[in-house]
Design a protein around this ligand. Structure first.
Ligand code: ASP
Length: 586
């Protein structure tokens, strides 16, 4: 037996017992006549003591030479500590060691295995197995486990069954590029890794499985904007004989369960807003509603008064920043510079200070009267002490800019409290988007999403106006889930592929299997998928998903530990009927 207890188990309850522990040497404090060692494993740290007078000589000498991260096994007696550490579960005791065996030695680790480590990200990723020994990283993985178990329990209780779907498949269009895998047995042919199990879960519904879920890897080859991973995990779900309402209520239930179970927080019914309203009110479709600062359009009030900047624009829109009227000129100038940065791209920023005495001070005092500004303030729901910030320009760009400004101010004012959770549903997405470049419609969600039944006719006359039975679940400014009611009618699906610019042959070649299936009694169905990595990070109060993934990839999509991707040799290339254009890297 390697151990009788783990390193987090012992307390005064085991006083005077003989115990055996195994673990890693976290710290070795050698005072010459006494050696203290912190022994670590997944469960905690136990202090070992080796005393020149009481420990066998050989054991004592070996203990003096133990380096960091050596793996050892000790047997000894649990004794009471003289100076107790109330912050440690095992802080009341130590183990006076009688027997010691070194199970393995260790090179000096390249960074300190402590919460506050001296290792930079790249180095820690290269030695991720050492990084994992740090309490914080390990804690994140335990937390992730807790979340996924809570998900599994909830869904299983609700009648969902966990079904695995294949990874070597054909393209599923979720809007990204596919990762492809060449087939050795089929010359010149390729599998695609799933961007999601979308078509398979629909086929499971055709197969009569009724309620499906899977915690599953998905693969998307996209430029890795901040905090994305080429492979990530979804909680993927699908249900039969449901309308949108049934799905929203089921998955609101799941989310509420997680918040309760994991965070101990009860959330009332989730608010719902339409996509259109979200864009109009927050400038984006994943609004953070932990704070206000809703957009107020000021066109009617602010145009036609001789201020050319506003008069010529499509949209004049502002937000009231709570309690910010006291910002200094310098601070406001800094904000103006912030919105003018190329990443934001605004031309300028108009401000109105709503002073405590009811007066206003603005950057456009020359053009507008006190009454004008009072009307803006009223419309913007600004209180005395607030600062109104206004942008103007082309509708879409201006909203995006103001959305960025709103988030930035919330950050600066500390309104994005990671301990607060504000979920909401965004519904009624447009079915299609027009893409100027390809001159085709794109599916806003994916090509299997059903239009609202009342918009079926519009599909022929004005596709842009068609809304979908599609929804996103948003939490604290992040889209954590999205789904839709699906098309289950072969003709409608075929019409959809048509609109998306597929020829009949292309649609048949790529999705013939699905359209065939739809001819054999496909039931109405719909579903949703949650991004597990992001969900866990948000519940954990963090921003980066990498921290919650055991072996993440870096921003260039590389695993720096195993050094992948990597070239393959000529023989493998030949076997796969591939030719490499670039010489293999040395
Ligand atoms: N397959 C979709 C996605 O990955 C989710 C869904 O529609 O259920 O976003």
């Amino acid at each position: 037996m390697y151990r009788t207890h783990d390193c987090g188990a012992l307390s005064l309850e085991q006083l005077n017992q003989t115990v055996t522990l195994a673990g890693w040497v976290q710290k070795n404090r050698n005072k010459g006549f006494i050696v203290w060692i912190d022994l670590r494993d997944r469960y905690g740290i136990t202090q070992l003591v080796f005393d020149e007078k009481r420990t066998p000589k050989e054991v004592f000498e070996t203990a003096q030479g133990l380096g960091r991260e050596f793996v050892i096994q000790v047997t000894g007696t649990v004794i009471e500590r003289e100076s107790k550490n109330p912050n440690m579960a095992t802080g009341a005791i130590e183990v006076l060691v009688e027997e010691l065996s070194v199970l393995n030695t260790s090179k000096t680790p390249p960074f300190t295995i402590e919460d506050q480590t001296d290792g930079g990200e790249e180095l820690r990723m290269q030695y991720r197995y050492l990084d994992l020994r740090r309490t914080s990283v390990k804690g994140n993985l335990l937390f992730r486990h807790q979340v996924s178990m809570a998900v599994r329990n909830y869904l299983s209780k609700a009648g969902f069954i966990d079904v695995e779907t294949p990874y070597l498949i054909k393209s599923t269009p979720e809007g990204a590029r596919d990762f492809v895998v060449p087939s050795r047995m089929n010359e010149g042919q390729f599998y695609a890794l799933p961007q999601s199990p979308q078509t398979f879960k629909q086929l499971l519904m055709v197969g009569g499985l009724d309620k499906y879920f899977q915690i599953v890897k998905c693969f998307r080859d996209e430029d890795l904007r901040a905090d994305r991973q080429p492979e990530f995990t979804q909680i993927d779900c699908e249900m039969t004989f449901v309308d949108q309402e049934a799905i929203l209520s089921q998955f609101e239930g799941l989310t509420r369960h997680l918040l309760k179970e994991i965070k101990g927080i009860e959330v009332a019914n989730f608010p719902r807003i339409s996509y259109e309203e979200a864009i109009k009110t927050y400038g984006n479709d994943k609004p953070d509603i932990r704070f206000g600062m809703k957009f107020k359009e000021l066109n009617t009030l602010a145009q036609g008064k001789g201020f050319g900047v506003f008069d010529s624009q499509e949209l004049v829109v502002g937000i009231a920043v709570p309690g910010a009227a006291e910002m200094s000129r310098k601070e406001i100038d800094a904000l103006i510079d912030w919105v003018k940065r190329p990443q934001i791209g605004a031309k300028g920023l108009v401000y109105v200070k709503c002073n405590a005495d009811g007066s206003f001070k603005s950057s456009v005092d020359k053009f507008f009267t006190h009454d004008d500004l009072a009307a803006w303030a009223k419309h913007s729901k600004a209180q005395a002490g607030d600062l109104i910030l206004i942008l103007s320009g082309e509708v879409k760009a201006t909203r995006t800019q103001l959305s960025a400004l709103r988030m930035e101010l919330a950050e600066r004012l500390g309104l994005r409290n990671p301990k607060e959770f504000a979920p909401l549903w965004v519904t009624d997405f447009p079915l299609l988007e027009w893409d100027e470049e390809s001159e085709h419609y794109h599916a806003m969600h994916h090509p299997f999403t059903a239009p609202k039944p009342e918009h079926l006719e519009l599909l022929k006359t004005d596709p842009r106006a068609v809304k979908a039975n599609a929804y996103d679940l948003v939490l604290n400014g992040n889209e954590i889930g999205g789904g839709s009611i699906r098309i289950h009618d072969q003709q409608l699906q075929s019409q959809m592929f048509d609109l998306l610019g597929f020829t009949k042959e292309e649609a048949q070649a790529q999705f013939g299997f699905l359209m065939d299936a739809f001819q054999y009694g496909a039931p109405p169905h719909g579903g949703i998928a949650f991004g597990l990595d992001r969900l866990v990070a948000i519940l954990g109060g963090e921003e980066t998903i990498r921290d919650f993934i055991a072996f993440p990839k870096n921003n260039a999509g590389r695993d720096v530990m195993i050094d992948a991707p990597a070239p393959i040799n000529e023989e493998q290339l030949n076997e796969l009927y591939l030719k490499s254009n670039s010489p293999p890297k040395e």
